[in-house]
Design a protein around this ligand. Structure first.
Ligand SMILES: Cc1ncc(COP(=O)(O)O)c(C=O)c1O
Length: 385
């Protein structure tokens, strides 16, 4: 990550704040802001990938991210006065105004902005901010060593797990810090029933006998957009159907392959869980014992293939997926017409996963933006926005 200082100190950067583009050092909140005290905000994380050849930043699946943001707002009773189309347009405009020609991360944030004391959701004003920031890898992509966390994943009836609620990230932070302070790279969280849920900010896939398996949304996962992308790519590119089913902790110990997925994490293969190597054992030169701290498995072929395909797709290098990639710079022709008004939106779905029927992601309405194979015309990169 190219961290060049806090955004509020960057006079040269622009933030989208309540419908206006303002200098970053003017985008500030008061100390009593409700969301700061109580975590009453919802957010998204969206990546944009710089493609040197095309001289463009491709914003990946912006539409699906803003649809999820709208759903999170509905759950948290936050008024978001911009349509998905307007938000997609504003994200691209932000990248243009900031002159970004690099890999970036876009962070929209809708939050309870009143400066009052009192725990509730209703009767409060809401604000919306969005910024874009240079971003490298969030976690390693060449083999993570994970530990199962002693912290359980929030339950839908505690803090809605399917929404990206700011306050819920205390749960993730506790798990991540515990994992790293115990010498792991990342945490794997179980549900309160003891089933595998997800990483601290990633969904989880395992491969057993060539079959891709991932927990269903009923396991309190965030329904990840990268997860959906992987289910699509595994089906269309590798001919593999992903099974959504409950996973027990010890299944992880015997899995042939495991990888985590997320906008930040991208495709991050896991090479050890709780000091058990995943897949083929690889003893490194400084290994002292079979299950010692440096023992790790090897990244498996399916993880590698998915990672390779994903890395090309997000950079706009596969024309058949161009509808997922919005060229921030090349889409400049269309005028920025962001205005405040209310709207609701549908849900993304994949249609390439098998569910065990327990509230899986199947059965959702199609969002109408499934990439058409062989459609070509990557130049357009305008996913219906
Ligand atoms: C808790 C959690 N789970 C899963 C994910 C992966 O979701 P996505 O692929 O949409 O980024 C994220 C990242 O946003 C997350 O914060």
């Amino acid at each position: 990550m190219s961290d060049t200082g806090a955004l509020s100190r960057r006079h040269d950067m622009v933030v989208f704040l309540n419908g206006k583009y303002v200098p970053a050092d003017q985008a500030r909140v008061g100390i009593m802001t409700h969301a700061l005290a109580y975590g009453t905000g919802v957010f998204e994380g969206i990546r944009g990938y710089w493609n040197e050849q095309r001289e463009d930043v491709f914003i990946f699946r912006a539409r699906e991210h803003f649809e999820r943001l709208h759903r999170s707002c509905r759950i948290m009773q936050i008024d978001l006065p911009f349509t998905v189309d307007e938000l997609v347009e504003a994200a691209a405009e932000l990248v243009r105004r900031n002159g970004q020609r690099e890999n970036i991360y876009i962070r929209p944030f809708a939050y309870k902005s009143d400066e009052i004391i009192g725990v509730k959701l209703h009767g409060l004003r809401d604000h919306f901010a969005m910024y874009s920031w240079p971003q490298g890898d969030y976690v390693g992509t060449d083999g993570l060593r994970c530990g199962v966390s002693s912290w359980r994943r929030v339950d839908d009836n505690m803090i809605p797990a399917r929404a990206k609620v700011a306050g819920a990230y205390v749960n993730s932070a506790l798990a991540k810090t515990e994992a790293q302070q115990n010498g792991f790279d990342e945490a794997i969280m179980l549900t309160s029933e003891g089933h595998v849920s997800e990483g601290s900010a990633e969904n989880l896939f395992m491969v057993i006998n060539g079959e891709l398996i991932t927990p269903p949304t009923s396991e309190n996962i965030l329904p990840g957009i990268t997860r959906d992308t992987v289910i699509h790519l595994a089906h269309r590119e590798l001919g593999r159907i992903t099974r959504e089913r409950v996973i027990d902790r010890t299944e992880l110990y015997g899995a042939d392959e495991i990888f985590l997925t997320g906008t930040g994490a991208q495709i991050a293969p896991v090479v050890a869980v709780d000091h058990r190597p995943v897949g083929k054992v690889k003893i490194t030169p400084d290994s002292t014992e079979k299950f010692g701290p440096t023992v790790r498995g090897e990244i498996g072929p399916i993880s590698r293939e998915i990672q390779h395909i994903y890395n090309e797709v997000v950079r706009g290098m596969r024309p058949e997926y161009s509808s997922w990639c919005l060229g921030a710079h090349s889409s400049a022709k269309r005028p920025a017409t962001v205005s405040a008004r209310h709207t609701t939106n549908g849900q993304a779905s994949n249609g390439h996963a098998e569910s065990n029927g327990a509230n899986g992601t199947n059965g959702h309405k199609s969002n109408g933006h499934t990439p058409a194979r062989g459609r070509g015309g990557a130049e357009k990169a305008t996913p219906g926005v």
